[in-house]
Design a protein. Sequence first.
Length: 332
Amino acid sequence: MAISRQVLMSKGARTVVGVCLQVKSGEQVVVVADAGMESIARALAAAVQAAGSEPTIVTIVPRDSDGQEPPPPVAAAMAASDAFVCAVRTSITHTRGVRDAAAAGSRGIMLTQFSEDMLISGGIEADFRALAPVCERVAGAMEGARTIRLTTPRGTDLTMSAEGRPGNAMTCIVGPGEFSPAPNVEANVSPVEGSCEGTIVVDASIPYIGIGLIREPVTLKVERGLIVSIEGGPQARTLASDLAAKNDPGVYSVAELGVGLNPKCRFCGLMLEDEGVFGSVHIGIGTSITLGGSVKAACHYDLIMTRPTVVADGRVILEDGQVILEDGRVRA
């Protein structure tokens, strides 16, 4: 007899609840889900109950766009919880609701665009505890850097300042007041607004608005921290049209430089797998308030590249997609 998918998902659900959220007996855990994510929400709730805590499943209408705020009662429930997990197709990660819940002392895991398969295999199988020190050291290397330069063989050449900005180690393991997506494992920093200059050439993925894996490079020019042109094929035109339709200049702001650090992740066109691919880099655009910046825009999209080299204040952090630390290279 074949093992049911619900049983197969239970292992990944236990990882999210036990390792990532570190749920303890007697806690109140809110599971936020939107349409189509009910099976994942049930698996998570079962894992919460098995841990001796009380789950509450809250189903919301899918947001109209990534970054739209959750309903106020849901935001209040997250802030009142000991922990929360958001299993949604349309992202609510970069919202005041999530930021305020963390500020209230709750801890959260974001499972945006999660599929049943992602709860069974892939990035969720990583040893998050073992990867955490590497993630923290990469984040620390970018924190407060006066000058960061990102280059790739496909033509990306972007400079920015992170002076005064925190390095965020999203290890997929959270304590009180913290939130992290999973299973990507990433270190990121939000550049100072207006400091980014240069060219972005996306060759891997834009896992939003139906774009997914890149078929033809998407080239973006950046001046004074804002995207001023988007060129390429049909996927570039889709991105350009979507941003223009937002009627919000904030969507063109460079919001994030992120480094993927999960060796179990593979490019598949889904956000949290693609962003986690070891040695990849993504440039986030739009909202930055959840990362240390000051922009709240109509969306937050990530543009993912391969084989990056990242240098912060003269220190090489990545070289051609390999992470470099004091004790040598960390290879996928």
